[in-house]
Design a protein around this ligand. Structure first.
Ligand code: ADP
Ligand code: ADP
Length: 232
């Protein structure tokens, strides 16, 4: 089942001196429902830019992005994002932050609360519903980021280096905890795109790896990962 298709996608930016700089060129690949794909590549190769285009936050300069075989216009309704730097609203509580995406989807207040609380419980934030982000550790803040993205039960969960702002131990714990939740089928999404520059993280989490090169970013490799035994 084709979820997303990229066809000859190019992205350029205008530099302040008026010159165009091409970040991504001739990008072609599909994302199918059920895949966990890691997007790898050196810093500056356009991984975040590519993810933002798939989410519909920014348009390609040339080429097409299809969502269920239809050209994507504006925000992608099937995508939720977990950002590297959490992107939480400091003046909202954990519960209110998690409810945001549901609000944007037009869920009614009761249903919104119910879904948000369920996700808060799954993701290990029970008891922190009324805390503010500044009262939480980095790991707990990113849990809020995950809960907010997952509460809407997205078709595609996009993660932009979700662990890189955390210390090594916190990152490792959260990564394995999420993997366990995934294996227990408690993560309400079927398809995942994770941007990372860690090959180890990619191999642990993904069943397919897409590698971008630099200047401009192009797909240098698109490989299956042999599933580790614990995912059989
Ligand atoms: P990666 O995620 O692989 O590190 P990015 O997609 O963040 O790469 O950025 C790729 C390149 O595009 C970088 O050189 C970055 O500075 C540039 N870039 C990203 N966004 C913009 C923008 N809005 N305007 C101009 N250049 C940008
Ligand atoms: P991250 O790696 O956390 O995604 P970046 O530093 O790549 O963050 O980019 C943060 C924001 O700044 C993004 O919206 C990106 O598009 C924009 N940006 C990045 N590089 C440039 C640039 N050279 N000129 C203008 N905007 C940029």
């Amino acid at each position: 089942d084709l979820l997303i298709s990229l066809e000859s996608v190019k992205k350029s930016y205008q530099q302040p001196n008026g010159q165009e700089i091409t970040i991504l060129e001739n990008i072609n690949f599909d994302l199918r429902t059920g895949e966990i794909v890691a997007l790898l590549g050196p810093s500056g190769s356009g991984k975040s830019t590519l993810m933002r285009m798939i989410a519909g936050l920014i348009p390609p300069t040339l080429g097409k992005i299809l969502y269920h075989n239809r050209p994507l216009v504006g925000l992608n309704p099937g995508v939720a994002i977990v950002f590297q730097s959490f992107a939480l609203y400091p003046w909202l509580t954990v519960l209110e932050n998690v409810e945001l995406g549901l609000k944007a989807k037009g869920e009614l207040p009761d249903r919104r609360r119910e879904k948000a609380l369920r996700m808060i419980d799954v993701i290990g934030l029970d008891g922190f519903e009324n805390a503010y982000p500044k009262e939480l550790s980095g790991g707990m803040r990113q849990r809020v980021g995950f809960a907010r993205a997952l509460a809407v039960e997205p078709e595609l969960l996009c993660m932009d280096e979700p662990f890189s702002a955390l210390d090594v131990l916190t990152a490792e714990n959260l990564r394995f905890e999420l993997l366990d939740l995934w294996l227990e089928r408690r993560i309400p999404t079927q398809t995942i795109l994770i941007v990372t520059h860690g090959i180890e993280e990619a191999v642990i989490l993904a069943d397919r790896i897409i590698v971008l090169g630099r200047n401009p970013g192009r797909v240098r490799a698109d490989l299956p990962v042999k599933l580790p035994h614990y995912r059989d």
